[in-house]
Design a protein around this ligand. Structure first.
Ligand code: SAM
Length: 270
C-alpha cells in the first residue's frame, strides 16, 4: 500500500516512521510512504503557502493552489472515480469525521492513501471541495498541525495490512477488534474482543511489588482463562468506555456480567 503525505514539515515523519512495526513494514516493502514538501508547489520565490483569511480574524490559512497542485501531481484518478481506483485523499482536520478502528479497516482495504496536513488556522475550504475524499479528525481536541494526526492514521491503517504484524490475529483480538467471528484456528488462550476494550495483560515476574498475577492465568485451564479475559474486557469497557457496549456483541452471560459491573460502578460513585 502506498501512503503520500503532503506537508510543510516533511522531516517531521522521520521519527514516527523509523521505529518498530512501521519501519519493518517499510523495509519489507509492504508499505511505501512518500512525503511531499508543500512548499515545492508554491508560486513565488519565497515559497509562500499561506495567506490572510478573507473576512478577517485570527491567523493564516493554507492557500488552495499549492495543495490542489500537489495532489494533482500524484496522478490519482479524478475525485469521482476514486472509489473504483481504490485511492483516497484524506484531509486531517479537527472538523472531520471521527477516526475509529472501523475507519482504519475501511482505509486498509484501499491501495493508496494521500494525506493533506493542515497548519495555522487550517486549509482553504475549496481544497476540500476539489480534491478531498474524506475529512478525518483523530479526536475532539485541536493539534497545531495535521502531521501528528497523519502519523496516527498511517500507523493504525498499516498495522492492519497482511504481513505487517508478526501474528495476523493480533489486530483482530485487541481493543475494538473482531466483531464476533469466532474461528477454530484462534489459539484457545485468546478471545474475540467483539468491539470491547482489550483485557489486561500480564508477564513475568509472577509477583511484583506485592501484586500477584491473577492465579487463573497460570492455571493452564484455557476455558477458564478465556472466561476471565472476557469478564475483564467487559469490566474495563464498563469502567472506561461504556458507550462501546451499545454496539458490542454481547451474550446473555456477558449482559449479566455488565449489569453486575454497572451496579458496582454506580454504587462506588454514590
Ligand atoms: N481552526 C481549526 C479549528 O478550529 O478546527 C484548527 C486548525 S489547527 C490549529 C491546524 C491543523 O491541525 C488543522 O488544519 C488540521 O490539519 C490539524 N488538526 C488539528 N486538530 C486536529 C484533529 N483533532 N484531527 C486531525 N487534524 C487536526
Amino acid at each position: 500500500m502506498r501512503f503520500d503525505i503532503i506537508t510543510i514539515f516533511p522531516e517531521f515523519f522521520r521519527g514516527p516512521l523509523d521505529h518498530g512495526v512501521l519501519s519493518r513494514a517499510i523495509s519489507s516493502g509492504i508499505i511505501w510512504i512518500v512525503t511531499h514538501d508543500l512548499r515545492n508547489f508554491a508560486h513565488d520565490k519565497h515559497r509562500t503557502v499561506d495567506d490572510r483569511p478573507f473576512g478577517g480574524g485570527e491567523g493564516m490559512v493554507l492557500k488552495p493552489e499549492p495543495l490542489v497542485e500537489a495532489v494533482e501531481s500524484l496522478g490519482l484518478a479524478p475525485k469521482e472515480n476514486r472509489e473504483a481506483s481504490r485511492e483516497c485523499v484524506v484531509l486531517l482536520s479537527a472538523q472531520g469525521r471521527p477516526f475509529t478502528q472501523a475507519v482504519a479497516q475501511e482505509l486498509a482495504s484501499l491501495d493508496r492513501l494521500v494525506f493533506l496536513c493542515g497548519r495555522y488556522e487550517g486549509v482553504d475550504e475549496r481544497v476540500n471541495e476539489l480534491v478531498v475524499d474524506r475529512e478525518i479528525s483523530i479526536g475532539d481536541y485541536v493539534l497545531s498541525g495535521g502531521e501528528l494526526a497523519a502519523a496516527v492514521v498511517v500507523d493504525a491503517v498499516a498495522r492492519l495490512l497482511p504481513g505487517v504484524l508478526g501474528n495476523e490475529d493480533s489486530s483482530r483480538y485487541e481493543s475494538f477488534g473482531g466483531h464476533g467471528e469466532q474461528d477454530a484456528s484462534i489459539p484457545h488462550s485468546t478471545h474475540d474482543a467483539g468491539g470491547l476494550l482489550d483485557y489486561p495483560h500480564y508477564t513475568r515476574p509472577a509477583e511484583f511489588r506485592g501484586l500477584r498475577v491473577p492465579e487463573v492465568l497460570s492455571s493452564g485451564d484455557h476455558a477458564q482463562i478465556r472466561a476471565w479475559r472476557r469478564e475483564q474486557a467487559l469490566k474495563k469497557t464498563v469502567a472506561n468506555r461504556p458507550d462501546l457496549l451499545e454496539s458490542a456483541q454481547l451474550s446473555k452471560q456477558d449482559t449479566r456480567i455488565v449489569e453486575q459491573f454497572r451496579r458496582a460502578k454506580s454504587g462506588e460513585s454514590v
